[in-house]
Design a binder for this molecule. Structure first.
Ligand SMILES: [Zn+2]
Length: 263
């Protein structure tokens, strides 16, 4: 009598086939990139455990198909499964077929790991909601991300390899300008850039204020030289389009040059 696919808990020589797509291949050993490869296993193992054992943070995965059907991370491997794994598609909607995310993120908000301060600063300069402290602990970052539905940006894969993490992105580059461009591309943020909308110091939104309301807080020469002023109601810092702003704008123009097609 023909048996069904054996339960993995009984099999000593079980195997599945994996194929990883797009940038997920960056995490794999060279001989496994862009190829179907066998993955032997013993005992019960979930999709998430198998994927992470191959060095891929599950937060970078948005869709897993087993034998052509979408599954979630808790699905157990079964002998001879064919598993296709796709990266996080934040830039277009796969919510109809993906079973992995409870709800896709549409307005990206970030919590940035302690070693990526310059990236956080420039995300704020461009107006993106980016929480950051240089003394964040891993568990704090995971907690904030989960509580506030934020995407974790980090260069620490271990931080992303946790059941508690739902959305995260492993930043590839170590050069900060490239990191900014990488994040702009990854999350398709070009159309959302709004300089002078968020406080660089504390991440709160900025509000336009009249020069009259600032009379005792800024140099009169500055007050008479510029038309527009913005204030952070949280830390009280005042912004205007002075030399600082011009330097920041030049930076932003450089970032945009990397991807003029997105403008
Ligand atoms: Zn502030």
């Amino acid at each position: 009598m023909k048996q069904d696919t054996p339960d993995i808990s009984n099999g000593n020589n079980s195997k599945v086939s994996f194929r990883f797509y797009a940038e997920l291949n960056d995490f794999l050993r060279i001989e496994r990139r862009q190829e179907v490869f066998d993955y032997p296993f013993h005992g019960p193992l979930t999709i998430r455990e198998a994927i992470e054992s191959l060095g891929i943070p599950h937060t970078n995965v948005d869709l897993v198909l087993v034998n052509g059907q979408p599954v979630d991370f808790t699905r157990k491997l079964r002998n001879n499964d064919f598993i296709s794994v796709y990266p996080v598609f934040e830039t277009f909607d796969i919510s109809d077929i993906s079973k992995i995310r409870r709800s896709p993120l549409r307005i990206p908000r970030f919590v940035v790991d302690a070693h990526l301060g310059k990236l956080a600063k420039y995300l704020r300069i461009m107006g993106f909601d980016s929480l950051y402290r240089n003394d964040y602990r891993d568990d704090e970052i995971r907690f904030i991300a989960s509580l506030q539905h934020r995407i974790i940006l980090t260069r620490d894969k271990e931080l992303l390899m946790s059941k508690k993490v739902n959305h995260g992105y492993y930043v590839r580059s170590v050069v900060f300008k490239e990191q900014v461009v990488e994040v702009l591309n990854k999350f398709d943020l070009y159309s959302g850039i709004k300089p002078l909308s968020r406080c660089i110091i504390c991440n709160h939104k900025l509000h336009k204020v009249s020069v009259a309301s600032l009379s005792d807080k800024i140099n009169p020469e500055i007050g008479s030289s510029f038309d527009e002023f913005f204030k952070c109601r949280n830390c009280k810092k005042i912004y205007w389009k002075g030399s600082h702003y011009k330097r920041m704008s030049q930076y932003i123009e450089q970032f945009l040059l990397y991807n003029p097609g997105k403008l």
